[in-house]
Ligand binder design. Sequence first.
Ligand SMILES: Nc1ncnc2c1ncn2[C@@H]1O[C@H](COP(=O)(O)OP(=O)(O)O)[C@@H](O)[C@H]1O
Ligand SMILES: Cc1ncsc1CCOP(=O)(O)O
Ligand SMILES: [Mg+2]
Length: 263
Amino acid sequence: MKYMDLVRSKQPLVICLTNDVVKNFTANGLIAVGASPAMSAHADDLKDLLRYAGALLINIGTADERSEALYHAAMTIANAYGVPAVLDPVACGASAFRKRIALELLEQHSFAVLRGNASEVAALIGERVQSKGVDSQAAEDVAAIAQAAAKTYGLTVAVTGETDAVSNGKEVCLLHNGSAMMPKVVGTGCLLGAVVAAYVGVAGDDTYEACAEALSMYAVAGELAAEAPLGHRPGHYAVHFIDALYTVTDEAVRQRLHKEVQA
Ligand SMILES: Nc1ncnc2c1ncn2[C@@H]1O[C@H](COP(=O)(O)OP(=O)(O)O)[C@@H](O)[C@H]1O
Ligand SMILES: Cc1ncsc1CCOP(=O)(O)O
Ligand SMILES: [Mg+2]
């Protein structure tokens, strides 16, 4: 787990433009994996902060006119500075407003990674997986959705759920880890986007491997948290999950990982 150690030793600054529901959980989760979070809300501020940043996260979960303009300003700066960016298109499968924002961001800027659940990523390639909001129904072929989106937008795509799929348009891998408790705590998807940003931020051009590694570590931490005392209750689970992100070892990930690489 090359990038787990690198994040812990380099502590990359991850600038997060994220939704109002998950800001605190995201900041604590980033610290737990070894990264350094900073939330920001103004383009002038971003011009300075992004100079020192390892990566940028754009999460559209509570987008409004002001934040939409800020996403574009941040992406213009990040692309100019060469800072890799992750897009989390929260609930874009359930709202035309969100879908338009996500599509315009993907069309006008260069992202390193798109991270969403099956409903969200499917919506961005003109397919439909049922969703009422921020959650998704399970999709039959997450690998196909990830690969099609990666080809369409020319980036690495992570489609998450009971099984996660990661693709760079050529290769696809499936990760059969995680816990059914993860969707019982709000923000586990959003924090994952930030953690992917941290891993990609220390990985140079190795975006696909870093993204797959981030998802592997994260899902195994999800399993460890569920096995901790009272880990089957959501309140305890949330605390155990942050602890597991902090304590999870290379060895635990290698022992538990159920990864399937497709040609
Ligand atoms: N039923 C499940 N079983 C195992 N892991 C899951 C399950 N649902 C989600 N996860 C994990 O939870 C994390 C967040 O993914 P997801 O719930 O798809 O995000 P979102 O909250 O954006 O919909 C991922 O690491 C994913 O693997
Ligand atoms: C509930 C909610 N509403 C808008 S953003 C958000 C958080 C979604 O977080 P996650 O998808 O990580 O559970
Ligand atoms: Mg989400």
